[in-house]
Design a protein around this ligand. Structure first.
Ligand code: PRX
Length: 636
């Protein structure tokens, strides 16, 4: 595919072309793909409704671009190399032909269970090849997959099933993570206890732990596939038909279903994959994300596979059996491009260099970072000790809503700068605005990050509630997509992402809405009110700090310490362990303005341990509470 930019001049040229003649630019790129019918118009859009349509009236199936288009040349090339949790278990390699047959077969299974184009299917699975097979089989038959990260609780899963009215869940018996065997099917059973839209559950056998199978609803994956044909004709999809829904947290309580569509998503993820990782045929590419997040969708499955690449999937965790596991896997499979999150880098950094130097990392060519700002120290450690000073780091900034990477260096082509995502990719037009929405032009400016022109893989709607999409992303600064991130453009024009400016916390690269965590805390019977803020955390980037007002008199036994533990457990049950507060402070009140608004700025300061510059607290409704917060946090 002739999509690759090879020089700095090439980048500048392509970027300008993408801004001056976007339709021509994207049409030339899209011409590299297989369309059953080409588009009538490249893009039609307005950011008021919003309405965004790419490759209008074109027809395609993304899986035909992965398989049929490439099979003559790629049949025997590895598509997925799967590395299991336990290094003593054999890895699995699936060639494009093998993967194709498995996807077709499972597509036939889906059809046999009554799944039709447009139906929603929930995937709640560990990191096994079957997770990718399930995704691609849905895409093949035109069903809309919605993957729920297997660390979410049964109630979070039930909410998502209910929101998209899914007909099927694809899951596994359990999940191996390090030394643990985690129940997965049992969580699904709990989520389905109340009446739901789910008609069928398909269960992959992975851990062989005991599960309950409900007659008439549950089928084992291997039994469902028995004797089923490996030939399947892909469903014809419109470019703007839904490909998937992925739920993500925002500043209000309920996660929203971000909708991505077929044509634009395919073009953009493949284009950015090839350019940002500078993938060459024969390279082994490894992204350590989970398929439950957007990174797994775009840069483990769709982007790489549409590009005919070899994509590694890893089931385990970075510290099992020891903190050298990532590097052992890099050496074992001679990985060329390695893409991970700053939180993983910081966690591994803490183990020193022994686990690193034991392994031969000479195959590495490009290192990637995603999910949160990478601090300079971690950047240098990654660059020096993993990349041995010779691998460019691509610090890729993007979001669930953007579908693909928007701001990133191109390795070896555009400059890198520690902790900077640097420059927008071709087709991306970032603007920085002040709080009034005035565009801040020129360099050395700081403000809120917006994008003023559509790109092919952008969010189309929030499932079932288009108005929510409009108000969340397109109403703060009319005529622009608002990212929710603060940003700085330095004296050289490079972008540095500063973090969220809304009530969203980024914990280990995972997005958590403060309101979502508060809602979960408030479920505890003794809790009267709570307020959650983020604070700097050495490993996770941000930790969760919860201030809780509780009715201690209603409990005969609880101490504050016990209550804090119960609260953490409650959050774990309602959302999942990833949302557990790191600190719970029981307080008698929360600092409020006279209109009753919680002063989160004060809460953030106390959580950070910085009580200088608290500002004028005398105008608060309850100024005395600030001293209590400070004393209880041990800062007095
Ligand atoms: O705040 C930004 C941060 O992660 C948010 C998006 O989170 P999510 O939708 O879960 O997607 C994560 C994976 C793409 C952004 O609003 N973020 C993501 N990448 C970076 C980042 N912050 C700084 N630098 C990055 N490279």
């Amino acid at each position: 595919m002739a999509l690759k930019i090879n020089s700095l001049g090439g980048y500048i040229h392509e970027y300008q072309k993408s801004v001056n003649t976007p339709e021509k630019f994207w049409a030339e790129i899209a011409d590299n793909f297989y369309w059953r019918k080409k588009w009538d118009k490249v893009v039609e859009w307005n950011f008021e409704e919003p309405r965004v349509e790419w490759f209008k009236n074109a027809k395609l199936n993304i899986t035909e671009n992965i398989f049929e288009r490439n099979l003559f040349t790629h049949a025997d090339k590895p598509a997925i190399i799967w590395e299991p949790n336990d290094p003593n278990e054999a890895h699995i390699t699936l060639t494009y032909k093998e993967l194709y047959e498995k996807v077709c077969q499972f597509a036939n299974v889906l059809k046999g269970k009554g799944i039709e184009k447009g139906d929603r299917v929930i995937i709640y699975m560990p990191m096994v090849p079957e997770a990718a097979i399930a995704m691609l089989a849905c895409a093949r038959v035109g069903a809309v997959h919605s993957i729920v990260f297997a660390g979410f609780s049964s109630s979070a899963l039930a909410d998502r099933i209910e929101d998209c009215k899914a007909k099927m869940v694809i899951t596994s018996d359990g999940n191996f993570r390090g030394t643990k065997k985690i129940p997965v099917k049992a969580v699904v059973d709990e989520a389905l206890e109340a009446k739901s839209s789910i008609e069928n559950v398909i269960v992959l056998q992975r851990t062989k732990q005991d599960v309950t199978m409900t007659a008439g609803r549950d089928t084992w994956w291997h039994e469902a596939c028995e004797g089923v044909s490996t030939e399947n004709k892909a469903e014809e999809m419109d470019s703007e038909d839904m490909l998937f829904i992925l739920y993500t947290s925002g500043s209000t309580g309920k996660p929203k279903g971000v909708v991505h569509t077929c044509g634009g998503y395919m073009v953009y993820t493949a284009y950015t994959f090839q350019n940002v990782f500078h993938y060459n045929p024969g390279d082994i590419y490894w992204c350590t994300a989970d398929v439950g997040w957007i990174t797994g969708h775009s840069y483990i499955v769709y982007g790489p596979l549409v590009s005919g690449a070899t994509s590694m999937m890893f089931e385990g965790v970075p510290t099992f059996p020891d903190a050298g596991r990532f590097w052992e896997v890099v050496a074992k499979h001679k990985v060329n491009q390695f893409y991970t999150a700053p939180t993983a880098i910081r966690a591994l950094q803490a183990y020193g260099l022994d686990p690193v130097t034991k392994h031969d990392l000479s195959s590495l060519k490009v290192l990637g970072s995603v999910g949160e700002p990478i601090n300079e120290e971690a950047w240098h450690w990654y660059h020096t000790h993993i990349g041995k000073g010779k691998c460019p780091i691509v610090d890729t900034w993007w979001q669930t809503e953007t579908g693909g990477i928007l701001i990133s260096p191109l390795p070896g082509i555009t400059p890198t700068k520690p902790s900077y995502a640097t420059l927008p990719l071709p087709g991306v037009q970032p603007v920085i605005v002040d709080s009034e929405g005035k565009e801040l032009k020129g360099n050395s400016v700081e403000g809120n990050l917006c994008i003023k022109f559509p790109w092919p893989s952008m969010i189309r709607t929030t499932y079932g509630d288009h108005e929510r999409c409009r108000t969340t992303y397109f109403s703060t600064y009319p005529g622009m997509y608002f990212t929710g991130d603060g940003v700085k453009r330095d004296e050289d024009g490079y972008y540095r992402i500063l973090g969220r400016v809304d009530d969203v916390i980024n914990v280990s690269g995972h997005r958590m809405g403060t309101a979502e965590v508060e809602n979960a805390i408030n479920e505890h019977p003794l809790v009267i009110e709570s307020a959650v803020v983020g604070y700097p955390h050495d490993i996770k980037g941000q930790g969760i700090y919860a201030y809780v007002i509780a009715d201690m008199s209603a409990s005969e036994t609880d101490t504050e310490e016990e209550l804090a533990k119960e609260i953490i457990l409650t959050v774990s049950k309602i959302i999942g362990p990833i949302a557990k507060p790191d600190k719970v402070q029981i307080v008698s009140g929360l600092p409020k303005t006279r209109s009753g608004k919680i002063m989160r700025r004060i809460l953030r300061k106390v959580a950070e341990g910085d009580i200088s510059n608290l500002g004028d607290t005398s105008t608060l409704l309850n100024p005395e509470i600030v001293d209590e917060l400070i004393a209880k946090a041990g800062l007095a």
